[in-house]
Design a protein around this ligand. Structure first.
Ligand SMILES: Nc1ncnc2c1ncn2[C@@H]1O[C@H](COP(=O)(O)OP(=O)(O)O)[C@@H](O)[C@H]1O
Ligand SMILES: [Mg+2]
Length: 251
């Protein structure tokens, strides 16, 4: 298994943060890693210091262009990024007449798969056809769960979307793990984590990502926290998560 979506229908739960930190961590461990940003906000490119592709991500998805002006090198050796931009918001209209419009991402990944050990897909909060493309392209899914009441509701909704996809398309990627994020040593947080573990048991990751101000600070400097503050709690958790992922998917 090598194509992994970081997926949740809820915004602000840590999808982009987990994607970029995992990407840096995996590449540093010598895995050839590609991040594909499927969120038109384009935050992955901003954090990884990679501008949007000259002609836009639609050239990658629709015209199947895969040159080095689209799959870009980053400052981290072995880490490559397909950056996103607002043209992605026009994806649905652009492929409206294509019979296989839900499989565009899957088809393009099929073409480039052999060049990488792992492909991470960052997801937007909720854009129907893009979400569908992501779920039909991914072999496995990591679902970040913000440790708040609404975060739990968001996780349940995300699992429901995956079940609906399975019903409609007879395919849905496996859940690699639900990853609790923004953990704090408060009674409320502890209780929410306990509840999650009771409900979801083994589907939860062993790793819990702690809330740390260094995460936001690093992003404001356009870097990841594993690069800027490797000794911060969150950075150590991301490294642990990368190790857990490697074991789980067997790369
Ligand atoms: N473990 C963490 N500790 C502190 N801040 C975090 C943590 N994870 C995410 N954040 C912050 O929360 C915000 C939302 O995270 P982001 O990864 O952009 O979510 P999403 O991609 O799901 O919308 C960002 O400002 C990010 O810096
Ligand atoms: Mg995001």
């Amino acid at each position: 298994m090598k194509t992994i979506a970081i997926f949740s229908e809820k915004g602000g739960v840590g999808k982009t943060t987990i994607t970029t930190n995992l990407g840096v961590s995996l590449a540093t461990k010598n895995y050839r890693t590609l991040i594909i940003d499927m969120d038109p906000q384009g935050h992955v490119g901003r954090i990884m210091g990679v501008g949007p592709t000259k002609k836009g991500i639609l050239y990658f998805l629709i015209r199947a262009q895969v040159g080095d002006e689209i799959i870009k090198e980053t400052r981290i050796p072995k880490l490559f990024v397909v950056a996103s931009d607002w043209s992605l918001a026009d994806f649905t209209v652009n492929v409206a007449q294509h019979p296989n419009r839900h499989l565009k991402l899957r088809e393009i990944i099929e073409k480039i798969k052999d060049k990488f050990d792992i492909i991470l897909i960052d997801s937007p909060p909720s854009l129907e056809l893009i979400t569908l493309n992501i779920l039909l392209a991914a072999e496995g899914v990591i679902i970040p769960v913000a440790l708040t009441y609404l975060g739990l509701v968001g996780a349940a909704a995300t699992l429901r979307i995956m079940a609906q996809t399975k019903k409609a398309f007879n395919y849905s990627p496996g859940v690699i793990a639900l990853v609790p994020n923004m953990y704090e040593e408060t009674p409320e947080c502890k209780e929410l984590l306990q509840k999650l573990r009771e409900k979801l048991g083994k589907r939860m990751s062993k790793t819990v990502i702690r809330r740390a101000p260094e995460v936001d600070k690093a992003q404001s400097y356009s870097v990841t926290v594993v690069e800027m503050s490797p000794e911060s709690p969150a950075a150590q958790d991301f490294e642990k998560l990368a190790d857990e992922l490697i074991l789980k998917i067997g790369i």
